[in-house]
Design a protein around this ligand. Structure first.
Ligand code: ADP
Ligand code: TRP
Length: 333
């Protein structure tokens, strides 16, 4: 069974990416019946990233993050989306099946239109065809390898639903060729908020990178707003700081912070605990991350190997799809 997920290289991977996608995906890697396909969605990033050096650098950062957090390239495949050209051929085929009305409701496109509406601009101002068909490319990523499980955070679930819908349409029109994917439900996965209380996201600039210098981490945690309660006053065990702590702590540690909240604790002390918790959680991964970033040639070799394994599967599926829809010469390899 194949589990697949991707991360866009549009900024340094952050704690939200870790909790929503990386951690659940890596947990699946340890199940013997599952092969993980984890990729860098560089062609999705092209929708907003136009600096070539930056795109290349961010792609390596995403790969190094996966590897440092525990992706084992022997057990799982890690690859660049752009190395699997079969995805883009399938993308066109799926575009011909995808309902435009459904894509009109996809949240990235709707959000872009809403911004334009608020500014009193033409609704499609600055909207590329790439942004509009973003979910179709995502469907191609998933369907090209017949992935069954897709671990994603809350915000990407709609896109997986669209992929399911397109796969079902294909099934209806051409028969049972593509696998209908499912969202991988992971109990502990949740949406993490950034220091401004909104969903943590590279696009909102409110994110805390997984691997940043300790002084930057401290500064970002200090930015999280708190109320004006005195250290003696009891506090409700919730909010951005508490959720951050909870995401990286054991049951015992969580209970002990809860007690402090009940009996009184200063926000400075809570922030220090959050900082300590996050830095110790990622301490050994940070060393691995720095090592990979210092040796980009190792990252590239792993990505090339991953792509060559994935391409074999992608080629087979594309061949079946083309046969089913009646295009191409099926004697060609
Ligand atoms: P961003 O919003 O920062 O650009 P991506 O769109 O690249 O993040 O998301 C990559 C993966 O991480 C997706 O599966 C997404 O659902 C998950 N994810 C992103 N932000 C969060 C968050 N704040 N909490 C939980 N999961 C998240
Ligand atoms: N769109 C996803 C995001 O922004 C990244 C992604 C691209 C993806 N293709 C995918 C995730 C396929 C899961 C499956 O987070």
């Amino acid at each position: 069974m194949i589990a697949l997920t991707g991360i866009k290289p549009t900024g340094q991977p952050h704690l939200g990416n870790f909790i929503g996608a990386i951690k659940p995906a890596l947990a699946l890697q340890n199940r013997p019946e599952i092969t993980g396909y984890y990729f860098i969605a560089d062609y999705h990033a092209l929708v907003s990233e136009r600096d070539p050096a930056c795109l290349a650098q961010k792609s390596r950062e995403v790969a190094a993050t996966w590897l440092a957090c525990g992706l084992d390239p022997e057990k799982s495949c890690i690859y660049r989306q752009s190395d699997i050209s079969e995805i883009f051929e399938l993308h066109w085929i799926l575009s011909c099946l995808a309902a435009k009305g459904y894509l009109n409701r996809a949240h990235a496109y709707k959000a872009a239109m809403q911004v334009n509406q608020e500014k009193g601009q033409d609704l499609d101002q600055g909207v590329s065809l790439g942004l509009f068909s973003y979910p179709v490319l995502m469907a191609a990523d998933i369907l090209i390898v017949q992935a069954q499980l897709v671990p994603v955070g809350e915000d990407q679930k709609q896109h997986v639903e669209i992929a399911r819908d397109i796969a079902m349409k294909f099934h209806h029109d051409y028969g049972d060729v593509l696998t209908i994917p499912q969202i991988a439900e992971v109990a502990e996965a949740s949406t993490l908020c950034g220091f401004d209380g909104r969903k943590m996201s590279k696009s909102y600039g409110n994110h805390i990178p997984i691997f940043c210098d300790s002084s930057d981490l401290q500064k970002l945690i200090k930015k999280i707003p708190t109320d004006s309660s005195t250290p003696q006053e009891p506090k409700a065990a919730k909010g951005v700081l508490f959720d951050l702590f909870k995401s990286f702590a054991t049951e015992d540690q969580i209970n002990s912070l809860k007690e402090k909240y009940q009996h009184g604790v200063g926000w400075g002390e809570v922030k220090e605990s959050v900082y300590q918790q996050i830095s110790s959680y990622f301490a050994s991964s940070k060393e691995k991350y720095d090592h990979f970033m210092a040796h980009p040639e190792n990252i590239d070799a792993i990505l090339i190997d991953g792509a060559s394994r994935v391409r074999k599967k992608a080629r087979q599926v594309l061949k079946q799809v083309k046969k089913a829809i009646g295009v191409g010469n099926n004697h060609m390899d």
